[in-house]
Design a protein. Structure first.
Lengths: 710, 710
């Protein structure tokens, strides 16, 4: 009966965790947004106020504000949480594929990510807060699942059950979905993002839980924003969370428009691939040259980037001549120029005339969320000149490339949307000029452009599609977005891999692709095993021998062999390096004779499971840290109770493609390669595995009772 | 070089097939919709025309029209395409899990499904055309991938490459997505439906292709509907395809409304589970009692159901008293009563006064698409009386249960939406009465009710959510839909499995669940193999022996053993029953001596691959159909060239849970259970499988050149 209670509490806990992940991620996103919006609001308010007296002092204020915010970010990252730099999505992707990057899921990384994002996004750098939010969600999930903390002595027993790889990965998957759901207010997009882009193994049971987490996030975020409507959140208005409502856009398209739209897809693929390539080069250069020189150089680098960004976003609009406001008779809805303390289009910046606006400042001298809203804005034809858009495109693209990889948290979604929306709007201007119809809308092209650039860079399909639809709140464009994404992904794929995959590669994280390479078809399992001789232990081994093997090899798993009464050898299982280390450290099972301890199955297991679990983010104990006396070196240990008795096995001449699929689909860490069997005991088919069939076997009851509970 | 061309043409062909599936499914959906709308249009036009003279003659016209349409459907199904009856989704689900139901993917099933749907839906039965459209899409995909037809002698060689299980399953998955995308005009919903509900194995490469197919469907359907706007499609108006635009619904909710919404979820779970249970009982009864008696009984049964449906949908509104039209001053947009030849609310049916309408007739005496549109209609408070809705709910629920399982194509989506929308609107009326706010809208509750019933019956989550959003064209309700679905699925799961799973079980299709049962943890691989002794062949076997073994056993795979030069036995592989049958039929490799034919690897393979492929929808040849002379019985055959040399193997004491996961995750048909190995040749880890590492091995070049191309 205890089994059922145990199981029920485990299930309950899983769902409670999903709920908590949703709530906490929603709150974290809300906090980041409120902070960013308020810092930006103060910054722009102060700058505009000072500018009334002197433009130069305005520039100084702007640069100083940005510099201070960015410095706070880079200081936190370099000093406290180095793992919080960058996007975090490549590392999470690698983690879910089975590769631990040290420190990536720690509590301090979480705090660093949240505070760092506020500084870097508030400081106006060409990066977004969406990637970091995914990482934040993953950290929250992992910290929850860690089962308390040894450091702070919070270590309740019932929490330890989640200290295994599978449960923790499930939680992190939920966390990723929650992050996307919170970042874009896109719950379905979050689920799909987790499914398409992040996880390596997906079980359908998980879908349901991830879905729940996303729904919780949606409710939390909405409630929090409802609370803000009372005006208690300062500068945080509806603009805070990404929703660029373009429901006013064009709801139909002519056949000829498919051509410029397809063109957008092609441009997106080309520019996206270029972006990926440039970020690879600059990241390599940074890693090999700049970041070797320590934290001080990292800080100076970020501050330099911030200075350049500030100067460009202030200076370039200054050099642009203002345009007269549109005719109020023709566009009665347009407020031009916009009042000083509100958000919107048509900012009056450095204009000689009261009735003019500066189109470049509208997008460049602004928060990125507002800039995108302005680029997507509908029913505002000819708001931007081709020249301003081109200037912005080139400058912002360069800034985005330059900024990526510096030591601050940085997401690529928002910069991608900015770049794409800009050339989208450019193409839109061309189409408006070429077409005589009124129905063509520049804002719609800006949206398609944004989709195309993201598609060309990140190469996501379904999830990106849903995210784009959810953030623009416009379903009618769905088929067009699909079309654009198809083309941009296909074009981009011709040049390189997706952004995250390239970044994973760059960090030399050994990500296993879901599909085996074609050349593996000509190889067999035995070709993949290292040429080094396989190192194995006898069932009862001398401590000294184990220590010397662990010192001289770096294998992670060792087969254990025994002899049958007939004298024939038999493999009794595989023992992991980490378990051997735990045994050597505990010393509880050392014995003086080489005779096996007890009857198998009856042996007392003296360990707590957590002695054998891997720590979240450290390398674990090393063999050189364990002290063993010379007397102990002469003792023995019976490894039988500690082996994995039935690792997955493959015959040595099995095609490597099959081996790869087995390894990858089941998420294994070791496969034992064995000689061809001499005998088949039986063949298991679909029918043999049906629960009805198994339950009907007479022998079942007997088998189960004779074995007892495992 | 041929390899690359071969590969490129294969990839191209895959995409061409995806394109064709999209186009053809879109056109099929369009054709079905046009036909249904026109038949229904004629029916109602004729009935209304006759009713002007006599209500009794109107009833006769209505019953006759319905009877004729339903008869055409059941006649086609029973006489030509029995496999086209029902929804088809359970069978497709089983097919993608690895179980072939005879006839389910044939060309004649496709035709039967299309024509049968038109009759059954046009004839006003309580069923939908959406499930059948999924089946239609799957059939189109399978017929395309079949590689021509042996019967009609269209059998080009380049098409045969898709004659393998994996490629055909991929195509069918695309077809399912296309079907949903076409049925609901919901491309993203289609992709997710295929992913969540239908497939058993999902590869991320497939996602991309499925996405493409869905996009194609969206474009085709839109183009076709654009063509209809010119008025050349008769009664087919915008009403044809499911899009119940409720963008006018409530865009916000008060906190207190979460309670009635949660209640909707609970009701949906209860009624959904009840629906599943009732359909199980009635299907079992049908199968055991009614349908045994042959086709004539099936036809009579369907005609009886049609008669009952017609009488109820005509008679019940007649017995309802009419209501006066709403005050035009208060609701200026309402057209009441609606003009005779248009679609919409407020139908004047059997009313004594010109200025009245019949609320029950508005939903019951109507096509289902229009009825749903009327139930979802916003800003029409108090259109329906509680009594009419209750009457309709009870009657339609019973009709839906009664109709499911009759010998016509039938989908459960639309009936589910009808039932859910009705009680949703009922709850909505309660909330409107209880609340003082104007913002509460009955139509929104109807939509949530529809989501809850589908969730409670089908237990889908993400895909259903996206489909609901796509068909109502309203994103703002997404979090509420998620909430309702979460509750209704959880409540429903407490009682039984999802609708499709129950139907699969009912048909005794041995579907393997994605998760092993808990009791399997206590079993080992050897407990699952049948108690019968394993039957194996020697490398060179006597024909007579093979024949007698094939006759006396019904295994699908037989291990083949050989002797090493040392005399030790060694398993050289597994041979399939179907391959043995092909060899016995061809007789090309019979030999007179028991000496192995050639040096292994050098043997000439005299067969075309297609000789060994399984036919799509038949049982294949039986051992009793092969004639072998007594002389031939004495001959031998060397099985070595025909075995699968490296089937997946597991040691006999591996936990059955692990075996199950291996089997299920890799989609296997056979696993060989072997004794514990006596030796481990090596251990393969993640690093060994990285392409970079493998490519760097010095030996690789050598190995590959020495082996030649496989």
């Amino acid at each position: 009966q205890r089994g059922i209670w145990h199981h029920a509490s485990y299930i309950t806990l899983k769902w409670v965790f999903a709920l908590l992940i949703g709530i906490l991620t929603g709150l974290a996103a809300f906090f980041i947004n409120i902070a960013v919006e308020n810092f930006s609001g103060w910054k722009f308010a102060a700058t505009f106020a000072v500018m009334k007296h002197s433009y130069f002092l305005g520039l100084i204020t702007y640069v100083a504000f940005n510099g201070a915010l960015v410095f706070s970010s880079v200081y936190i990252i370099t000093q406290f949480a180095p793992a919080a730099a960058g996007s975090g999505i490549p590392e999470i992707k690698a983690y879910l594929n089975g590769i631990d990057t040290p420190g990536i899921l720690l509590f301090r990384t979480l705090i660093g990510k949240i505070l760092g994002s506020i500084g870097s996004v508030g400081g106006g750098l060409a990066l977004g807060k969406e990637g970091p939010l995914v990482h934040t969600g993953a950290c929250i999930a992992s910290v929850l699942g860690q089962g308390g903390s040894t450091k702070y002595n919070v270590n309740p027993k019932w929490l330890r059950r989640f200290k295994n790889d599978r449960d923790r990965r499930d939680l992190v998957t939920c966390g990723c979905a929650a992050g996307v759901a919170a970042a874009f207010r896109s719950p379905v997009g979050g689920v799909l993002f987790a499914l398409e882009e992040v996880t390596s193994w997906w079980r359908s049971q998980l879908l349901w839980r991830v879905f729940f987490t996303s729904a919780v996030v949606a409710v939390v975020v909405r409630t929090a924003m409802g609370w803000c409507k009372t005006g208690s959140c300062g500068h945080f208005s509806s603009g805070g969370f990404i929703i660029w409502d373009i429901s006013g856009g064009q709801d139909d398209y002519s056949f000829f428009e498919l051509l410029p739209m397809a063109m957008l897809g092609a441009i997106g693929g080309l520019l996206g691939a270029l972006f990926n390539q440039l970020t690879i080069w600059i990241s390599t250069w940074r890693r090999n040259v700049v970041h070797r020189k320590g934290n001080r150089v990292k800080i100076i680098e970020v501050l330099l980037v911030s200075l350049i960004t500030s100067l460009l976003s202030f200076g370039l609009p200054m050099m642009t001549s203002c345009k007269p406001c549109p005719d109020p008779a023709k566009y009665p809805d347009v407020v031009c120029p916009r009042p000083s303390h509100s958000y919107g289009n048509y900012v009056n910046f450095f204009c000689s005339n009261e009735n003019e606006y500066n189109d470049l400042a509208t997008i460049f001298f602004n928060t990125q969320d507002d800039a995108i809203r302005n680029l997507f804005s509908t029913n505002t034809p000819h708001e931007y000149t081709t020249r301003s858009l081109l200037t912005f495109l080139v400058m912002f693209f360069s800034l985005a490339v330059l900024t990526y990889g510096t030591a601050v948290p940085s997401g690529q979604f928002v910069p991608g949307i900015m770049i794409g929306a800009t050339y989208g709007r450019l193409v839109g201007i061309l189409v408006v000029n070429a077409s005589s119809k009124d129905s063509v809308d520049e804002g719609t092209y800006a949206l398609l452009g944004a989709a195309s650039f993201l598609g060309g860079s990140m190469r996501m399909t379904v999830s990106l599609c849903v995210i784009m639809v959810e953030i623009t709140n416009n379903l009618q464009l769905l088929p067009l977005i699909m079309l654009v994404l198809l083309i941009s992904k296909a074009v981009g794929d011709a040049f390189n891999n997706g952004f995250y995959e390239e970044q994973v590669k760059l960090r030399s994280l050994p990500l296993l692709d879901s599909r085996p390479q074609r050349f593996m078809r000509t190889l067999a399992a035995k070709d993949a095993i290292s040429t080094r001789k396989v190192v194995q232990f006898s069932r009862v081994s001398k401590i000294g021998h184990i220590v010397s093997v662990l010192r001289s090899t770096n294998h992670n798993g060792y087969p254990v062999v025994d002899k049958l009464p007939t004298g024939e050898p038999v493999v009794i299982g595989l023992i992991l390096r980490s378990h051997l280390l735990a045994l050597l450290q505990a010393k509880a099972d050392f014995q003086h004779t080489s005779i096996p301890g007890d009857i198998p199955g009856q042996i007392k297991f003296r360990y707590d499971v957590r002695d054998f679990t891997k720590p979240v983010s450290s390398k674990g104990v090393s063999i050189y840290e364990i002290n063993i006396s010379p007397q102990e070196m002469e003792m023995f240990i019976d490894l039988q109770p500690f082996v994995n008795p039935t690792p997955y096995i493959v015959p040595e001449d099995m095609s490597l493609t099959k081996v790869y699929n087995l390894f990858r689909q089941l998420g294994l860490r070791h496969i034992c390669v064995v000689p061809r069997p001499s005998q088949v005991v039986g063949v298991i088919t679909r029918k043999d595995l049906l629960p009805e069939v198994l339950e009907e076997r007479d022998s079942l009851e007997e088998i189960m009772s004779s074995r007892g509970r495992y």
